[in-house]
Ligand binder design. Structure first.
Ligand SMILES: C[S@@+](CC[C@H](N)C(=O)[O-])C[C@H]1O[C@@H](n2cnc3c(N)ncnc32)[C@H](O)[C@@H]1O
Length: 324
């Protein structure tokens, strides 16, 4: 399934997270201790979480079971200079020694691992005692007054947006698996069973996504579960020899498209608010308003104009930088 959606995966991710997934990933990166030398991003997909893990002296591994997703990661981040190490392997049988890793991150991946406790036990095996596991995951709405609205978004809007993908059924699965995963209590019980202690938790966008920072406790097994034979390097084999400079990537193009769309919307809103300010300046004296209402009108319009003008300039700079 992930092989089929690999081409447009990043762009759709950005749409469905309302452009917020970048900020959530930053929180995940910050939760990884600065002195972690060997860090695995499990279920790395197209590798969007990999560059943020880069630190001096750190080796970053990306593992995923979908070879097509890893090819996107390789095209995007596998150029000369710094590059993550990518390997195609099953998260239930990681080709790594017990206790080898200082930290593991997994973004929007753990929901797909069933049975979950076995997957967490395998992550626990490859982490050193006291090592860090950071999980970012889309979660079902928690009970509360907003639950019906959020549930509507997950149940109906996500599958609808999935029609932009080559495989809409993947987005029906996304919706169903979010409800199956729940809003966190069952996952925390699974983590405790697998030997993890929750050190911090955070929720984003009214609980649509949650972050768990955990520490591995207890002993580690030493034997790798995976055998070397199942590991494939994700580099494309090219007749022209080793890969040259990083090629124009699907993810890079997606990022520019997304920035371009935001820029258009933000510019349109800036123009609209400017027009509103001009109209307000001409007409507000004709409307019977108290002094407080008049100054509130000015404050709202000018604050809106400042916010959207700054946002438009910021997006334009990012768009130009992405183009370069
Ligand atoms: C929703 S994507 C998330 C990709 C990426 N981490 C991100 O944040 O965009 C889930 C990924 O989990 C991978 N995955 C699912 N089951 C797996 C398994 N058993 N072992 C390794 N990766 C797996 C899929 O191939 C897919 O790339």
């Amino acid at each position: 399934m992930f092989d089929d959606v690999s081409g447009r995966y990043d762009l759709l991710n950005r749409f469905m997270s309302l452009g917020q997934d970048g900020a959530w990933r930053e929180a995940m990166w910050r939760a990884v201790p600065g002195d972690a030398h060997l860090v695995l991003d499990l279920a790395t997909g197209s590798g969007v979480s990999l560059p943020g893990l880069k630190r001096p002296g750190r080796t970053v591994l990306g593992i995923d079971v979908s070879f097509a997703m890893l090819e996107v990661a390789q095209d995007t981040y596998g150029g000369p200079g710094w590059a993550p190490r990518l390997a195609c392997a099953d998260g239930f049988a990681l080709p790594l020694r017990g206790g080898a890793l200082d930290a593991v991150t997994i973004a929007f991946g753990i929901r797909n691992f069933r049975p979950r406790v076995s997957a967490l036990a395998e992550i626990r095996r490859v982490l050193r005692p006291g090592g860090t596991l950071v999980v970012l995951e889309a979660t079902a709405p928690a009970p509360g007054p907003l639950q019906p609205f959020l549930a509507f978004y997950v149940r109906h809007v996500i599958p609808l947006l999935g029609h932009l993908s080559p495989d809409p059924s993947a987005y029906r699965y996304l919706s169903e698996s979010i409800f199956e995963f729940g809003h966190g209590p069952q996952f925390e019980a699974d983590m405790a069973e697998a030997g993890f202690v929750v050190a911090a938790r955070k929720s984003f966008l009214l609980g649509a996504t949650r972050l768990w920072v955990t520490r591995a406790g207890g002993e580690v097994g030493k034997k790798p579960t995976g055998s070397g034979g199942i590991v494939r390097n994700a580099a494309r084999v090219s007749a022209a020899g080793p890969a040259g400079p990083a090629r124009e990537s699907a993810s890079g193009a997606d990022q520019r498209t997304w920035l371009g769309l935001q820029l258009v919307v933000s510019s349109a809103l800036t123009v609209a608010i400017t027009y509103a300010v001009v109209m307000w300046a001409k007409r507000h004296a004709d409307i019977s308003l108290t002094a407080f209402q008049q100054s509130a009108g000015w404050t709202i319009l000018l604050a809106g104009l400042a916010i959207f003008a700054i946002r438009t300039i910021w997006l334009a700079l990012r768009f130009l930088a992405a183009r370069d």
